[in-house]
Design a protein around this ligand. Structure first.
Ligand code: BES
Ligand code: MG
Ligand code: ZN
Length: 471
């Protein structure tokens, strides 16, 4: 895609974008037939084929719409008109559009090209696809183009990995991909195998991995800026490639969805790609404890007591509460080995958060007001919303164990997402700016590009926006 500040005389493809109010004012200048079919409502598309080419009338709805809604419209337009759109110079007519609005529109066009398995063969990814828009300077358009491509590359990578079936994302496949990605973007790549993890004492992570047929891959990716005094973001993403529940086996009815149990990791992956392509003036340390949660003769057992990286002992009462085990070591390894200004973990952690919020928002837990408010604000802005839940100490009573420092579940049928957050808090080593995002209900769900549930990309735009705009 190219964005160009000009307007020629003849175009074979035109995107004419309207809000309802805008259409009400200008519709009289158009052929009467058009106004009987088109009103400017959100997501409305009217295709007018004429002698010179095709004009797409695109409705945005009320003029009070938020920026993310423009992205939604562009995504749907891109998805539904896929087959017809040409890789050709295209005129955009939208006099009311602000820079931010045009940015969202462009992002949406590219994000909307995604389907599984992804091939970059959509007209929009061709350099012959030019959007001609005279209302913004070439400099602004170049900036928008770079942002839109970086974001969609990040979000598409996130969705692609989450959507892959379990047999196509074994630890070695993912590790190879991450290694190549590190090379491409000049990231530092470190990965600990089982032997190394044993030496380091990553016992909570290893308890989950010991039942796996595949070697451990506790992986660290670092993006560094050359800018001095830059802030450092520590990101930990749950990366369970498939969660059978282990010996505490899951019910098979919905088990296939558990290929999505790496949704925290893919959100982090997409954010890294965005930061690296944009060369953002920040540092990012990402920890992805990669494993599956399998049943085998070596699998960990309910009643096992294991020692985590920070020395705390954990009584395993349910092997299906594996996410908090691997995150425990991810968090304390981060806190003990890296100096970070913010520590954020993302995880498809609990069914409890799904029962509470469905697909409307992620559950957030944080020990820091500033970070909490920033995340809520960014979530509202990007439509990847979060709702804050408590970290009150009364919830800690329920994870006291008779045989260890902690137990991994409370055994009470209430508030497991809060219990899990309290559990994780034991492993942040008093980091003053920590947030835990339980994204089990929002990472994988109904989407416009697939019949069944699929990856939503949740987390990428949230983190990208947060990191890019933090000063
Ligand atoms: N990966 C699941 C959580 C999950 C549930 C993600 C639904 C996406 C959709 C997690 O590992 C898990 O199994 N959690 C258990 C914990 C329970 C045993 C305390 C759960 O929530 O049922
Ligand atoms: Mg589980
Ligand atoms: Zn899980």
């Amino acid at each position: 895609m190219k964005l160009i500040n000009k307007k020629n005389k003849n175009y074979t493809q035109v995107f004419h974008i309207f809000t309802e109010e805008d259409w009400a004012k200008t519709s009289k200048n158009f052929n009467k037939n058009i106004s009987t079919f088109f009103t400017g409502k959100k997501h409305e598309i009217f295709v007018n084929a004429h002698e010179e080419g095709i004009t797409y009338f695109i409705g945005l709805g009320k003029s009070t719409l938020q920026n993310f809604e423009i992205q939604q419209v562009a995504i749907k337009f891109s998805q539904t008109q896929k087959g017809k759109l040409q890789a050709a110079p295209t005129l955009v007519l939208a006099d009311f559009m602000t820079e931010k609005q045009f940015e969202e529109f462009t992002k949406g066009l590219l994000i909307g090209t995604y389907n599984y398995p992804f091939e970059k063969n959509h007209a929009f990814w061709s350099t012959k696809f030019e959007l001609h828009f005279e209302n913004l300077s070439q400099k602004k358009l170049d900036n928008i183009n770079q942002k839109a491509e970086a974001l969609s590359n990040g979000q598409i990578a996130c969705q692609e990995w989450l959507n892959k079936p379990a047999n196509l994302k074994k630890p070695d496949t993912l590790s190879l991909h991450l290694k190549n990605l590190a090379k491409k973007y000049d990231l530092k790549y470190t990965s600990f195998n089982r032997k190394k993890c044993e030496e380091l004492g990553l016992g909570a992570y290893l308890s989950v991995n010991q039942g796996s047929a595949y070697d451990a891959a506790f992986t660290i990716l670092e993006y560094k800026t050359t800018v001095k005094n830059a802030k450092t973001f520590g990101l930990v993403g749950k990366c369970v490639l498939f969660d059978t529940g282990g010996i505490s086996l899951k019910n098979p009815d919905n088990m296939h969805y558990m290929k999505s149990d790496m949704g925290g990791a893919t959100a982090v992956l997409g954010t890294l790609i965005y930061a690296a392509e944009m060369q953002l003036p920040v540092n990012i340390v990402a920890i992805l404890p990669i494993t599956d949660n399998a049943i085998s003769e070596n699998a960990f057992l309910p009643s096992d007591v294991i020692t985590a990286y920070n020395g705390k002992t954990i009584e395993v009462l349910n092997t299906d509460a594996e996410g908090r085990m691997i995150l425990a070591d991810g968090l304390s390894y981060m806190a003990k080995n890296f100096k970070t200004d913010f520590l954020i973990d993302l995880a498809t952690l609990t069914g409890s958060s799904v029962r509470m919020f469905g697909d409307t928002c992620g559950a957030m837990f944080s020990n820091n007001e500033e970070l909490k408010n920033l995340l809520i604000k960014t979530g509202d802005k990007t439509n990847q919303r979060l709702w804050n839940l408590p970290l009150w100490d009364v919830w800690k009573d329920d994870i006291q164990s008779d045989v260890a420092d902690l137990k991994n579940i409370s055994m009470k049928p209430i508030g497991d997402c809060i219990v899990a957050a309290k559990f994780l808090e034991e492993f942040i080593e008093n980091h003053p700016k920590w947030a835990h995002l339980d994204i089990a209900g929002v990472a994988f769900g109904n989407v416009g590009y697939a019949k069944e549930k699929a990856a939503t990309g949740f987390g990428v735009q949230l983190l990208a926006d947060l990191i890019e705009n933090y000063h």
